[in-house]
Ligand binder design. Structure first.
Ligand code: S3P
Length: 428
């Protein structure tokens, strides 16, 4: 468990190489597909954050045999021979991703599953997964008419659907596809705007009958009921975590950081485009088609506009991009951030409040966040609001501020990046 408070002084250059935890989104999916696959999967470099540890425990509770500890190699024995109705409530901790994906996973089986999370997950909207799963024939209920967790899922006997999620969401897409694996017919998922593609990509790696066709700015995924073959996967570094070091190196004079083996495939590299437009000095050293070492050096930044269409591709990076904007010349406008209001905290409000506390000029206009750069940041006491990404973004702001910044509620970072403070120590 991380300490509840983290203090950081500003103005010290960051130099060196860092390896961030394995990608959180890929880790959740790799575990779930390994549980579904017939045979033994081998997963290396899974995220060691509590969110993914919860998913590993959840598939164990559903009968998969999980051997080993993250982030070292984990073997998973899965498939019908192992899977069974859980004996007690499945607790996802702080992870709404785990809850939504698991809701889809268990809907495919003729079991009763109760999914529960912490007080933050209890506030996260669940109708977005409950509604399509009910349409497929699952019995799903929760508080307030099934809009809030805990969720109770009575699965089995599913029909395929043709579904367009009402909000661009990789979690909703993934829940429907995981349920679709066990439906009687084809499931069609239409995305007018692309979101991260790990589920469809990993389904294909596992030999599922899945077809993806690009259409306009989005795609159509067709999945037929499938049995899966086991996975052998080395999980690449998490770009959302890399973004903290890339922004830190960009805004602290004298810095040069290499973030190793980062996933920069479709739907996840948008923050590099935004920072590129802002004038960041970035270099990608490609390791394979979707993985690169990212070299970031200090450079003067200018403001930019992040459009609503871009948001799904940078949804988790906006808190730290707002820190970059506070250090840039001119105005940066982040448009249409309604989805950020329903994350671990209302990030439009919490980013505004905490960045303002260190002296940045931040305003909101509806769901837009407007940051006017160029003010000097001064260290202050700030709060995480129980949100790991707000905590780490404010630590990065502290690295560029005069004096010391004290981040209260730092323990939230354990959900995704328990070694953040240790990695920072190695870079300074
Ligand atoms: C995630 C999708 C995104 C993202 C979250 C992880 C995933 O959420 O914000 O941190 O792993 O599918 P939405 O699907 O709600 O946009």
């Amino acid at each position: 468990m991380s300490a509840a408070v983290f203090e950081v002084g500003g103005g010290v250059a960051l130099r060196g190489r860092v390896r961030v935890p394995g990608d959180k989104s890929i880790s959740h999916r790799a575990l779930l597909l390994a549980a579904r696959a017939e045979g033994r999967s081998r997963l290396t470099g899974l995220s060691d954050g509590d969110d993914v540890v919860r998913t590993a425990a959840a598939i164990g509770a559903l009968g998969a045999h999980v051997d080993g500890r993250v982030p070292e190699t984990v073997h998973v024995d899965g498939g019908p021979r192992w899977l069974r109705e859980p004996e007690s409530v499945v607790d996802v901790g702080n992870s709404a991703t785990a809850m939504r994906l698991l809701a889809g996973f268990v809907a495919a089986f003729d079991w009763l599953t109760v999914l529960q999370g912490d007080s933050s997950v209890a506030r996260r909207p669940m109708a977005r997964v409950v509604e399509p799963l009910r349409r497929m024939g699952a019995g799903v209920d929760g508080r307030q008419g099934g809009t809030l967790s805990p969720l109770v899922v009575r699965g089995g006997g599913l029909a395929g659907i043709d579904y367009t999620p009402p909000v661009p969401s990789a979690q909703v897409k993934s829940a429907v596809l995981l349920a679709g694996l066990g439906a009687a017919e084809e499931t069609v998922l239409r995305e007018p705007v692309l979101t991260r593609m790990h589920t469809e990509e990993l389904l294909s790696v596992c030999g599922a009958k899945v077809e993806v066709t690009r259409e306009g700015h989005g795609q159509v995924i067709r999945l037929r009921p499938s049995t899966l073959s086991p996975l052998a996967l080395e999980v690449p570094g998490d770009p959302s975590h890399a973004a903290f070091w890339v922004v830190a190196a960009s805004i602290v004079p004298g810095s040069e950081v290499v973030v190793e083996r980062v996933y920069v495939g479709p739907g996840r590299s948008g923050f590099l485009d935004v920072l590129g437009r802002m004038g960041a000095a970035l270099e990608l050293q490609w390791q394979d088609d979707t993985t690169a070492d990212i070299v970031a050096r200090h450079s003067p930044l200018v403001g930019t506009e992040v459009t609503g269409a871009e948001v799904p591709g940078v949804v988790d990076e906006i808190p730290v991009l707002a820190v970059a904007a506070a250090m840039a010349e001119g105005e940066t406008r982040f448009r249409d951030l309604a989805e950020l209001r329903v994350k671990e905290s209302d990030r439009v409000a919490t980013v505004r409040a905490e960045l303002s506390a260190v002296g940045a000029r931040v305003e909101t206009a509806g769901d837009d966040l407007v940051v006017t750069g160029g003010t000097r940041l001064r260290g202050a006491a700030v709060r995480s609001h129980g949100d790991h990404r707000v905590a780490m973004a404010m630590a990065v702001a502290g690295l560029a501020a005069e004096g010391r910044t004290r981040v209260e509620g730092w323990d939230a970072v354990a959900t995704s990046y328990p070694a953040f403070a240790a990695d920072l120590g190695r870079l300074r």
